[in-house]
Design a protein around this ligand. Structure first.
Ligand code: DAK
Length: 259
């Protein structure tokens, strides 16, 4: 991989987009590598949580690579879109929990990739924005859909139509960022959050993720039916026996096996 770094330790994968000279902008090669890397990670049973971040202290991801897009033909644009769809789709729906550690600029495709993660933790220097309309395009990696779902239609329209950049505090205020922390504490905060997730039954967590993701894109009744089905599935697991037995016997230690 030329543009990504992957480290796995104690159940946590830290995936770093590593193109610091271009503020970690996403070119086609990086998007293709992301798709391939996530396809590998989602199969790994030793990975329970994935943290996605950018290299350096200035930028998470400064968007799609404008130098690659400037002369791209519609055919090339479409190819890039397909690569992104594969990568972002995997990120959004992989069974593991994903946390974006937003360590600086999260603009355009950078904001969009953070929104494909389950949770966003922002460093105090983080800046979010969708500057596409200023480039003569519109958000195309899911921004019009995911931003509106996260912060509401009115705020999403304001951000997309004005191309305003907002700081971490504002992103936290409107619910785009789950948390805001000093940059020096960013990875540690994400790892501690991952640790709290990993104390729980991993299969149950992945079912809950599926219920939320699918349910948010459907009507309430269908979402509740889906929840009931997945709830039933959880009752077939060893982990359900383990979690409930530990409670009833007042045992603190739980040994979840992921099935
Ligand atoms: N692409 C390419 N290079 C970039 C870049 C980007 N997005 N962002 C920064 N760089 C490069 C700069 O060109 C510069 O390179 P050198 O000149 O040193 O060679 C280097 O990174 C440092 O950047 P600056 O010198 O500009 O640094 P500053 O601190 O002055 O400014 C900044 C930082 C983040 C405010 C500024 O770099 C900036 O505004 N960057 C562009 C942000 C942006 O507009 N991003 C959105 C891109 S549009 C698609 C769907 C979706 C999309 C594309 C296709 N399809 C379905 C096909 C998504 C589009 C987008 O994301």
């Amino acid at each position: 991989m030329n543009n990504l770094l992957l480290e796995v330790e104690n159940g946590i994968a830290v995936l770093t987009i590593n193109r610091p000279k271009a503020l970690n902008a996403l070119n086609s090669e990086t998007l293709a590598e992301l798709g391939q890397c996530l396809a590998e990670v989602e199969k790994r049973e030793d990975v329970k949580v994935l943290i996605l971040t950018g290299s350096g202290e200035k930028s998470f991801v400064a968007g799609a690579d404008i130098s690659e897009m400037v002369n791209a033909t519609p055919k090339e644009g479409r190819a890039m879109g397909l690569l992104a769809r594969e990568a972002f789709g995997r990120l959004e729906n992989m069974p593991q929990v994903t946390i974006a550690a937003v360590n600086g600029y999260a603009l355009g495709g950078g904001c969009e990739i953070s929104m494909s993660c389950d949770i966003r933790v922002a460093a105090e220097n983080a800046k979010f924005g969708q500057p596409e309309c200023g480039l003569g395009i519109l958000p195309g990696f899911g921004g019009t859909q995911r931003l509106a779902r996260l912060v509401g239609k009115g705020r999403a329209k304001e951000l997309i139509f004005t191309c305003d950049m907002i700081d971490a505090q504002e992103a936290y205020r409107i619910g785009l960022a789950n948390k805001m922390v000093p940059q020096a504490e960013l990875l540690d905060t994400c790892k501690k959050m991952a640790g709290r997730v990993m104390k729980n039954a991993p299969f149950a967590v992945s079912l809950a993720k599926q219920a939320i993701n699918t349910g948010m894109d459907t009507d309430l009744d269908s979402g509740l039916k889906l929840e009931a089905n997945l709830f039933g599935l959880a009752f077939s697991t060893e982990d359900k026996k383990e979690g409930m037995t530990a409670f009833l016997t007042k045992r603190k230690e739980k040994h979840f096996i992921g099935k």
